[in-house]
Design a protein around this ligand. Structure first.
Ligand code: CA
Length: 222
């Protein structure tokens, strides 16, 4: 659940940020406000990861995206800022307090019109989108919600993204716990099973990028 890149010592990490991070003022304020007010602040994505995702959005020319697990809104905001005019983020969050916090910052950043927030269990929202004929219509999806349902969110996102579309899945290295055979708790095992499944999944090509807490990029084959 780390919110900075794993496995690099702080001197090097600070250097990386110093020579590459271009975080807007509102993003930096949102990060600061999350750190000071939220007990689960480590659930927020790392700023270098946000910038990487923004670059991906621009590289693939995404217009319509999914944010599964909003928390305080950083990932949806960084994506919304990278989208062109008319771009849209469909955001899923179950916690009303997080949703209100996120909305405040989206408003402040001037992108609230780009973000369509659904306050409901993500699997219900995704099922509704599928039922409403939005299959194959999203360019990008970011999965960062409860780990026990990752497989469900992935299967739903795989239906909703277009052929050639990209799914990014967060926390796949789980602070390194996935690699320690002595750790056998339920969530760690769920992430292990998920990683194994994607490795074998012929519907995608993939790369597990060791940024932040591990981010798998899965591209739906055309
Ligand atoms: Ca995360």
């Amino acid at each position: 659940m780390a919110n900075q890149t794993l496995g690099i010592e702080s001197q090097l990490y600070n250097y990386l940020l110093a020579v590459s991070l271009r975080e807007t003022e509102v993003l930096a304020q949102l990060r600061q406000a999350t750190a000071t007010s939220q007990s689960m602040a480590q659930m927020q994505i790392a700023p270098e990861q946000g910038q990487f995702m923004a670059l991906l959005i621009q590289l693939i020319g995404a217009k319509k995206t999914l944010d599964i697990g909003v928390f305080t809104g950083y990932s949806a905001l960084v994506v919304a800022l990278a989208l062109p005019q008319g771009g849209k983020v469909v955001a899923c969050e179950i916690n009303q307090e997080y949703a209100e916090f996120a909305r405040h910052w989206w408003q402040k950043a001037g992108v609230i019109d780009k973000i369509d927030l659904h306050l409901a269990p993500a699997q219900d929202t995704l099922a509704l989108l599928i039922a409403n004929g939005e299959v194959d219509s999203f360019d990008f999806a970011f999965i960062d919600a409860d780990k026990s349902n990752y497989d469900t969110y992935y299967e739903q996102a795989l239906q909703l993204v277009c052929p050639g579309g990209l799914i990014a899945i967060d926390n796949v290295l789980w602070s390194g716990r996935v690699a320690d055979p002595n750790i056998q708790d339920n969530r760690t095992n769920k992430i292990r099973d998920f990683n194994q499944k994607l490795h074998q999944d012929k519907r995608i090509n993939l790369s597990l990028v060791p940024i932040a807490d591990g981010l798998t990029l899965a591209r739906k084959l055309p």
